[in-house]
Each structure stands twice: as structure tokens, then as C-alpha cells.
Write a protein that binds this ligand. Structure first.
Ligand code: SF4
Ligand code: SF4
Length: 212
């Protein structure tokens, strides 16, 4: 007796993959040209043709948890040779973007990765943390000549460095211009991240480092 498999399409997933750049996925008519030209397609699995089926049927679980989609290096050969213009390379890139936002510990940050306008803010957060780590490190290195500090203090003082009114006031004091608006937007983002994420997790960080 043959096994039966009930297909449960996730229309929301199809729409989201389309929005993220895979809008031509429904044009695929399963000719398998992409699997022939793809340099990483194994003989036993028609990659990325089977991913195109899963995407056009909205089988989210078969794609976002599928490690194969991360093997694609987006060379674009499949997209070039696809006779239907279904752009399988773009569909796989869209699935990867979807997976990032799906698995990101903070969903909002995961979504920002897919929005070019949010990238400056996304980069600003680690840059600010790194700057804080370096400044704390320099200070504690100098002070360590006079007394001993636990190495854990570096991490806690870096994560516990919350930003607020002074940062915003400095940004608002800049002369008017397009750069000022960008800097203000990034500053607000960093401050909100600092208060909501760092502020609400600093207790856990302290417990983690000092409970050892
Ligand atoms: S994506 Fe294009 S090349 Fe690949 S199976 Fe579909 S129609 Fe054929
Ligand atoms: S873009 Fe990805 S799936 Fe397409 S041919 Fe290149 S490696 Fe293969």
C-alpha cells in the first residue's frame, strides 16, 4: 500500500517568499533544467527543483528547516537557464531570508535583516556595543594596576551600558540636514534596543556570569 501525504499549503509563506524576491516561483513547470545546471545538485536529489515544488505548494516546514537551501551560493546559473523565468536562485534566497526572520531570537531584528533601510541601525547596535567593550576594556586595564577585576566584569559592564536621553539630546543638537535625520533614527533605534533588550536581560547576564 502506498503512503498518503496530505499537503497543507501555507499561503502566508508563499506570499512572504514572493515579497522577499521569489515572486516568480509559480512559473515553474518542473522541467528540471535548474537541477541539471546547478553545480551542487546531487545525482539523487533534484536540487533546486524539489525546493521549487515545495515553495510553490507553500510547504514551509520542508524549506525553512531544510539545510540544503543554505548550500546554494547564489551563483545564478539556475535562474539564467530556467526556461520559464521562475528564478529559482532568487526563490532560494527569499527562503533563506524568511528562515532568518523565522529563527532569529528576536523576530524584529530578524525582519530588519531583510529590510535594507534598517541595515544601518542593525550595524549600529554591534558597533556601539564594540565601542563600549573597548572603552570599558581600556579603563579597566588601566585601573587593574591598582586593584584586581574579574574578567567577567568586562561583559557585564558592556551589556549593562544603557543609552538614553543624552544620546538622543546629542543627536537632536546636530545641525539640520538629511544626515541628521538618519543619525536621529539610528540613535532612537540603539536607545530602544539598549533599554528593551539590554535593560531587560542584564539581570540574566549578571546571574549567568556570577553564578559559576
Ligand atoms: S525552476 Fe525553472 S528550470 Fe527549475 S524546474 Fe522550474 S521551470 Fe524548470
Ligand atoms: S543559484 Fe544556487 S541553486 Fe541555483 S545553480 Fe547556483 S548554487 Fe544551484
Amino acid at each position: 500500500m502506498t503512503d498518503t501525504y496530505t499537503v497543507e499549503p501555507d499561503v502566508g509563506f508563499i506570499n512572504e517568499v514572493s515579497r522577499l524576491g521569489g515572486g516568480d516561483l509559480k512559473k515553474c513547470f518542473q522541467c528540471a533544467t535548474c537541477s541539471v545546471v546547478c553545480p551542487i545538485s546531487p545525482d539523487t536529489k533534484p536540487f533546486p527543483r524539489k525546493e521549487m515544488i515545495a515553495a510553490s505548494w507553500g510547504l514551509k516546514d520542508r524549506l525553512v528547516g531544510n539545510g540544503d537551501v543554505w548550500l546554494c551560493h547564489n551563483c545564478g546559473d539556475c535562474t539564467t537557464y530556467c526556461p520559464r523565468g521562475a528564478k529559482p536562485g532568487d526563490v532560494l534566497a527569499a527562503v533563506r531570508s524568511y528562515a532568518i526572520s523565522e529563527y532569529a531570537p528576536l523576530k524584529t531584528l530578524g525582519k530588519w535583516v531583510n529590510e535594507p533601510a534598517k541595515l544601518p541601525l542593525l550595524l549600529a547596535i554591534p558597533v556601539v556595543l564594540l565601542a563600549r567593550f573597548i572603552s570599558v576594556g581600556l579603563l579597566l586595564t588601566v585601573l587593574s594596576r591598582f586593584r584586581e577585576f574579574s574578567p567577567r566584569l568586562f561583559s557585564i559592564m558592556t551589556w549593562g551600558g544603557l543609552r538614553g536621553g543624552i544620546s538622543i539630546a546629542l543627536a537632536l543638537s546636530l545641525p539640520r540636514g538629511p544626515e541628521r535625520d538618519i543619525i536621529i533614527a539610528i540613535t532612537y533605534g540603539v536607545v530602544v534596543f539598549s533599554i528593551l533588550v539590554q535593560g531587560l536581560t542584564v539581570e540574566k547576564v549578571v546571574q549567568r556570569f556570577f553564578s559559576r
